[in-house]
Design a protein around this ligand. Structure first.
Ligand code: G6P
Length: 362
């Protein structure tokens, strides 16, 4: 059938979609450039971003994790405060809103009921909303005032991969253009940096044998696994843990490195895999301290670091990219490691039990 053709020679959609990420980066750069090769989004959107005194990002699952990364860009580059909320909690736990809020919904499918419920609610209150989605004409796109598209192509595998990196890339462009509209000068060229990310992603996708070996080494028989990181690496760890749970059924959790000692470290046993991300210079010492703490209690640490921050004990070194954009590359090994862990454990990679690609009930 048609879906077989689309998968081509790939054994699973998930692997195909992981491999498409460098291409999606290039597509996004193209789609969001004007004739002068400058980054460009619809002016009504940059205007709305500039007029807002606070941005409220609302999303579920992987899209929520992309929102956490996007918050960093918008706050750091465009200097607008951002809150990120899980959609299902928002409606009955609504934060005290600022005077001029702008709502940003992130949804691959544009159909998630939990997110839509919040959109309906904030529209009723008279607020403006922007939807970032992969599906033109989807419900969340139609019902919001503005839309930004991911241009990632259809995502079939239940576990989201290329939509996550596309969401982060589009959020980076949204933040950069907002910064410009607000008169804040960025110290780097985002187009160039995203192109470097695309090449780095390609190198990672070409290194599947190493990813398979890491999965075999750390995850083929374990009951659980932890992902730790500080700063933005913490958010990438949350996504890494979600990928692993979704498709391999290994109980996996992401933790902030500094928070470990306040409880979670009690779970560390002999050989517990702890995947530690070290892509941020300002927290490199801190996360390495956390690795020592868990190793001293018997854990089996797997450090994934960024070139320039690496030490001899690291299991994998990522090609260097702009530090703020590191989630775009750091997540690729985590996606691939989850994929191979699921394969080794004979799980149905594309259609994990109990999960749906798009959840249209609240
Ligand atoms: C479902 C999927 C997740 C996805 C979430 C949000 O639970 O299984 O992979 O992240 O919905 O989906 P959305 O389409 O709104 O991004």
């Amino acid at each position: 059938d048609a879906s077989d053709i689309e998968k081509g020679t790939y054994p699973h959609y998930m692997l195909k979609e992981i491999d498409e990420q460098p291409l999606v980066m290039r597509k996004i750069i193209q789609q969001y450039q004007n004739e002068n090769n400058e980054l460009h989004i619809d002016e009504s959107i940059s205007q709305a971003m500039t007029e807002a005194d606070r941005i409220y990002i609302v999303a579920c699952g992987t899209s929520y994790h992309a929102g956490l990364v996007g918050k960093q860009f918008i706050e750091k580059w465009a200097k607008v405060p951002v809150e990120v909320h899980v959609a299902s909690e928002f409606s009955y736990n609504m934060p005290l809103l600022s005077e001029k809020p702008l709502f940003v919904f992130i949804s691959q499918s544009g159909e998630t009921a939990d997110s839509r419920a919040v959109l309906v609610q904030v529209k009723e209150l008279g607020y403006k909303a922007l939807t970032i989605t992969n599906v033109p004409g989807s419900t969340l796109s139609r019902e919001a005032d503005y839309t930004l598209l991911l241009h990632a192509g259809p995502e079939i595998a239940v576990a989201s991969t290329k939509a996550y990196t596309a969401q982060i890339a589009v959020l980076s462009i949204l933040a950069a253009v907002t910064a410009k509209t607000r008169g804040v000068e960025l110290s780097f060229d985002l187009v160039q940096e995203l192109a470097i990310v695309g090449s780095a992603m390609e190198a990672l996708c070409d290194d599947k044998e190493t990813m398979e070996a890491i999965a075999r080494e750390y995850l083929s028989t374990t009951r659980n696994a932890f992902f730790i990181g500080r700063a933005v690496d913490f958010y990438v760890g949350l996504e890494g843990a979600l990928k692993l749970k979704e498709i391999s059924y290994i109980q996996a959790e992401g933790f902030a490195g500094g928070e470990l000692k306040h409880g979670t470290i009690a779970l560390i046993e002999n050989n517990t895999p702890v995947i530690a991300l070290a892509t941020q210079e300002h927290v490199n010492l801190g996360i390495r301290g956390n690795v020592k703490e868990v190793a001293a209690r018997g854990a089996n640490p797997c450090i994934i670091s960024m070139k320039g921050l690496e030490t001899e004990e690291d299991r994998y070194v990522l090609p260097p990219v702009h530090e703020d954009l590191s989630p775009l590359v750091a997540v690729i090994p985590l996606q691939l490691i989850s994929y191979y862990a699921a394969l080794h454990r004979d799980c149905d990679v594309d259609k994990p039990r109990n999960l749906a690609k798009s959840v249209t009930v609240e």
